[in-house]
Design a protein around this ligand. Structure first.
Ligand code: UDP
Length: 242
């Protein structure tokens, strides 16, 4: 798949409609985990500050543009991306298109109880799926080995990891060797939304690419983190001038 380099991170040049069947086809042929990073400006800036994290992103199977900032950055560099691919929408797509041969989902992350609520909602929306394991993201086991053991026993086709960046990508990188036929994707706050505990932005905000603004006004504690968006655009502008 073609990529666009954004501050040295290769971001998949694709649409959601192309990406989902592409990954599913690859699942049938591949004998290693398919790892997906759903990148926003915060994640890319983190990679700029943390070399190990940058290597990890570069070693993942796909980095998709979850945040509109990434799409804007690509445009500024003169290499526009096809569209934004929100991780939350990929979560739905992979479940919606599940078939009996690939319907086993493992949910890892979020506060105690939230992943379970998310799993219940998911199975009511998509009765064809089987949630084969659920773990919250606040266990005492620092590196998530216990969760990995649980996941290995559950034989999932998909693992959604909702422990936030960089934790989720690091957990996937450490444990991916154990999941040779599995799609492993970091999904940030997706279980909070899927479970109904947090509202996703109204459709109009999403259409106008203002989902980030909705998050800022509904979760003002994120303001500091969101300063990474202008910092990212500034870095892109500097890179463009070079
Ligand atoms: N989280 C977790 N364990 C941690 C820290 C965070 O499970 O040690 C969860 C948190 O409860 C939330 C998700 O990780 O559900 C991160 O959400 P955030 O909104 O930060 O992610 P984003 O959507 O911005 O990537």
């Amino acid at each position: 798949m073609n990529t666009v380099s954004i501050l040295d991170i290769p971001v998949a040049q694709t649409t959601k409609a192309q990406f989902v069947p592409h990954v599913i086809k690859e699942m049938q042929q591949s004998n290693k985990a398919i790892t997906i990073v759903t990148a926003n400006p915060e994640i890319i800036m983190l990679a700029k500050e943390n070399h190990a994290y940058e290597c990890l992103l570069k070693a993942s199977s796909y980095v998709v543009a979850d945040g509109i900032g990434v799409v804007i950055g690509a445009k500024m560099l003169g290499t526009p991306l096809e569209e934004r691919i929100p991780g939350y929408e990929l979560v739905h797509e992979f479940m919606k298109t599940a078939t009996p041969e690939r319907n086993r989902f493992f949910f890892y992350g979020s506060k105690p109880g939230v992943a379970k609520q998310a799993a219940e909602r998911a199975t009511s929306l998509y009765p064809q799926i089987d949630v084969v394991g659920i773990c919250d993201g606040y266990g005492n086991d620092g590196d998530g080995d216990e969760v990995a053991q649980k996941a290995i026993a559950a034989k999932p086709d998909f693992i959604f990891v909702a422990t936030g960046a960089p934790k989720q990508e690091e957990w996937i990188a450490i444990h991916k060797e154990h999941f040779p036929h599995t799609v492993m994707m970091g999904v940030g706050g997706s279980f909070d939304v899927l479970s109904g505990n947090v509202d996703r932005a109204p459709e109009l905000f999403i259409k106008l690419n203002l989902e980030w603004f909705h998050r800022l006004i509904t979760q003002p504690t994120r303001a500091k983190r969101m300063l990474k968006i202008p910092q990212f655009l500034w870095e892109v502008q500097r890179k463009k001038k070079k």
